[in-house]
Ligand binder design. Structure first.
Ligand SMILES: *Cc1c(COP(=O)(O)O)cnc(C)c1O
Length: 504
């Protein structure tokens, strides 16, 4: 296209020509979105994807299309085939369920389109306010800092980087890991894979992670931790961080934070908490005592998008020593310099900037979604929703133990229940196979969405309740359907107890 065809003084090429028409279409889109949130709670939690969704054969759009045709496509081709985490029977992995007002928050974020790297504008003060609220919530010391990021995986990478900087010192920033060979991290064998991923990205490799054994409740064996620290120090290795689990991914186990605090202080090691979902149990007065000691950790990584139901993606790193946090990431390039002249701040004022506390420069305004959720719901209501999930989990565990065909495979620390369908006389291998199939059938028939995991070699049906829409009747339905499916699949495969016991 020749430039002479482009009117250089015409209005924007990308804004609507007819605002009134656009506004009408946008209002209709909002209604479609609200209807989705309301309607998606009924019917199947998930369905297998048709080829019309998975084919990926749409041509690259060279010409545009009207907004309402795109919204209609979303409504027909995407909305019916979501994972179902906004549905009351979704308990897979750890997902948040969102809230209708989250839609309004995301809309405001899109309108403002703030770049949250730094500089002097109101959105930055919203993020600072949110961080200040969280520092207060977790009772961290004066001078604590924080940064909002996309999730706990990123927050953990940032947190471990601060821990390493503290251990090695400023020379780390020029010399890298060569400045201190033998750096070593510690976590229970139940820790989330994001920790070893972080160590890989930091150039330390997965072998830098020592897997500490767990006790029978799947929390870290702190005596084993101390023995390992002593042995490694004697060998000349450099322990720099212990990562504790506040809500382990498999079973929701909570490590002994106070004991780990003591060991970390004794051996001069950073204590980082992976509290992806569990840390926010601090919002409930009833649960708060279970994570006592979190206020003395050096850093805490957690998600807003899981148990606080903020729209994806929003997580957070909090660091007790804000100066250490800043020293790990701050730079002083002229083109990014925070400046002011006397009384006049100017747009590039307002230091320190969020970019001084992490790796991203341009970032989105998730802080607004968190600010919305905290202000609309209040900490008490959010805490009640979290506590209700934990009570539901305890009741589910109780119901499991009352069923002779079911077996509870881990104690319930918070909101995760691990159990299996375990009729007598089946081999461990057959039980693993049967329970994997039960989970897949529950999902494919749209009945409910638990996930599966493995604990001590046993495949378990894992129900992680981070869902404010779940009712007890949903969990009862899960139990009934699990029993029915177990019997059905067992009969299908000819795995009746009599056949098997005859073979034994
Ligand atoms: C989800 C989760 C993570 C990873 O968090 P993301 O927000 O998905 O990056 C880490 N640890 C635990 C315990 C988790 O549940």
């Amino acid at each position: 296209m020749s430039n002479t065809l482009l009117d250089l003084d015409a209005p924007s090429l990308l804004d609507p020509e007819d605002w009134a028409d656009f506004r009408a279409q946008a209002h209709a889109a909002l209604d479609t979105a609200l209807e989705f949130i309301e309607q998606r709670q009924q019917g199947a939690v998930w369905q297998e994807l048709p080829s019309s969704v998975t084919a990926l054969d749409q041509p690259l759009p060279r010409k545009g299309a009207p907004l309402d045709s795109l919204v209609s496509d979303v409504q027909k081709k995407i909305m019916p085939y979501t994972l179902g985490n906004t549905h009351p029977r979704f308990w897979g992995w750890v997902h948040g369920s969102g809230t209708p007002s989250g839609l309004v928050a995301q809309m405001m974020m899109a309108a403002i389109n703030a770049n949250m790297g730094g500089r002097e504008h109101a959105p930055i003060y919203v993020e600072r306010q949110v961080i200040r609220w969280l520092v207060e919530l977790f009772a961290l010391p004066e001078g604590a800092s924080g940064v909002i990021c996309t999730g706990t995986s990123t927050a953990t990478l940032l947190g471990l980087s601060v821990a390493r900087h503290k251990k090695v010192g400023q020379v780390l920033r020029s010399a890298g890991n060569a400045a201190m060979p033998g750096l070593r991290a510690y976590a229970s064998g139940q820790v989330h894979v994001s920790v070893s991923k972080a160590l890989e990205l930091m150039g330390l490799g997965t072998e830098a992670l020592c897997a500490v054994p767990v006790a029978s409740n799947y929390s870290m064996d702190v005596n084993a931790l101390e023995a390992q620290l002593q042995a490694d120090i004697a060998e000349g290795l450099e322990p720099f961080v212990v990562v504790s689990c506040v809500g382990s991914v498999n079973s929701g186990a909570i490590d002994d934070l106070q004991a780990i605090n003591r060991l970390c202080r004794k051996y001069g090691v950073w204590h980082h908490v992976d509290g992806a979902f569990g840390a926010l149990s601090i919002l409930s007065e009833s649960l708060r005592p279970r994570i006592a000691g979190i206020e003395e950790a050096d850093s805490i990584a957690f998600d807003f998008h899981k148990w606080m139901h903020v729209g994806y993606a929003a997580g957070c790193l909090l660091v007790a020593d804000g100066e250490q946090h800043r020293a790990t990431f701050a730079t002083s390039q002229a083109y990014l310099k925070a400046e002011s002249q006397g009384e006049r701040v100017g747009m590039s004022g307002g230091a320190p900037w969020p970019t001084d506390f992490g790796v991203e420069l341009s970032r989105g305004f998730s802080a607004l979604a968190v600010w919305f959720q905290l202000r609309e719901m209040g900490t008490e209501r959010l805490g009640r929703a979290i506590y209700r999930n934990c009570l539901q989990a305890s009741k589910l565990a109780e119901a499991v133990t009352e069923q002779p065909e079911l077996q509870l495979l881990a104690p319930v620390s918070l909101n995760i229940v691990c159990f299996r369908y375990a009729p007598q006389f089946l081999s461990e291998e057959a039980l693993n196979d049967l329970n994997r199939r039960i989970v897949i059938e529950l999902q494919c028939r749209g009945i409910a969405a638990p996930s599966s995991t493995v604990l001590d070699g046993r495949t378990v049906i894992r129900v992680a309740i981070t869902n404010h829409r779940t009712r007890w009747s949903d969990l009862q339905a899960l139990l009934n359907e699990t029993l029915a499916l177990g019997a059905e699949l067992q009969a299908d495969a000819g795995l009746t107890s009599s056949v098997l016991s005859a073979n034994f």
